[in-house]
Design a protein around this ligand. Sequence first.
Ligand code: ATP
Ligand code: AMO
Length: 433
Amino acid sequence: MQDRTYTADAEPGDDATVAGWVHEIRDLGGIAFLILRDATGKIQIKFEKDEMDDDLVETGLGVSRESVVSVSGAVEEEPRAPTGVEVVPESVDVISAADPELPLDPSGKVDADLSTRLDNRTLDLRKDEVQAVFEIRAEILRAARERFREFHCTEINTPKIVATGTEGGTELFPITYFGEEAFMNQSPQLFKQLIAGSNVERVFEIGPIFRAEEHNTPRHLNEATSIDFEGAFCDQNDAMDVAEGVVKAAYEAVAENCGDELEALGLAEDFSVPEGDFPRLSYEEAIERINATGELDEQLVWGDDLPTEGEKALGDDVGGHYFITDWPSEIKPFYIMDHGDEELSTGFDLMHPRMELVSGGQREHRHEHLIEGFEQQGLDPDQFEYYTKMFKYGMPPHAGFGLGGERLIMTILGLDNIREAVLFPRDRQRLSP
Ligand code: ATP
Ligand code: AMO
């Protein structure tokens, strides 16, 4: 790597070479400043026109905004400089000149719509508040990994090209695999179960899921990051404990380690970690409470899926994260186990007041019940033989969940649109960049 000093490390008395982007040039007449920005911050470069070499002044002040430059000189203390220090340049090297016509203003003085931002992510990420989202995203994923490791989970990576889908209702993206029909995987569901049924017992995966959902909403992506857990000898209550632990660990990590990023996003004052246990409401209680709010035109009845307005009304009523448990079996997938009584399932959702974050449950581990479940859901068990046959060779009871990574980030930061939590989102209109 080039011998350079990060702007944040430049100390008075140093002879330093700083390198980065031209953030701004301020020309006051006899004196002018170039503000240089790098990953660690910004630094002022001072040009005293009468006292410095003309070529140096011309190069330093003639360069277009967002060009990449390297500046060598003495670092001096200067209380009037934005960071208290400035560089008096001896040489300025333009490494990569930027086109003076920028499609987006990284200084943020001119607003850009989301679509322009996503088309020009490199420029967009030069804004502190955008960079902050992705620094926080990295911290959330790190904290989730750490918490899973504390729970003795092994990180796994399962195939994304598969022969069959599992999540009823959401569509599959077909692809051609050496002349055969294949699909992009919607969920690691079956694979994580197959590994939980081995001696590995507890696993997690953080990876992409692909959903060919046609709708275009602020909280759906066609390629999302799923944070999955599966544990042998766990029931739905254990899985809920793990989900709650991971979500809280994410908030705690952001509160502890992302002070500057929260500041950049204007969230430092009000940021708080959810306190206390997340309440666990049964599906039946949930529909009763939604009906009691009077927010819906029609009363919900047993067996209805919860409409978005219903989830919002309940979210406002509860006022924080909560679980919905004991769903009707008929609206949960085949791999979810029933609950003694065949009408009830062990499936659960973890809700943020604004949206669903997690689905999970205890799994059906009894071979003959599993086959019946496939048939009831109109799926051909023969197509899933690679999965079902392992249930004949010693499959422990097990449970798990899938947590939407972008939904977690979006709810933690109060982002309006899930696309802001992904570098290069895939949605109905967007396949590139
Ligand atoms: P998940 O998809 O993870 O199960 P979800 O909360 O997104 O969770 P879905 O069943 O996928 O639940 O989607 C339901 C919600 O998605 C609807 O309530 C609605 O808000 C939105 N939605 C679904 N289809 C459309 C559509 N065609 N147009 C607009 N919004 C839609
Ligand atoms: P489900 O389909 O509910 O369950 O997905 C789990 C979680 O993933 C997130 N999610 C999405 N996020 C953004 N865009 C999407 N299109 C999208 N679809 C899903 C949500 C959702 O709660 N196999 C089960 C999980 C399990 O039981 O372990 C599953 O995939 O936050």
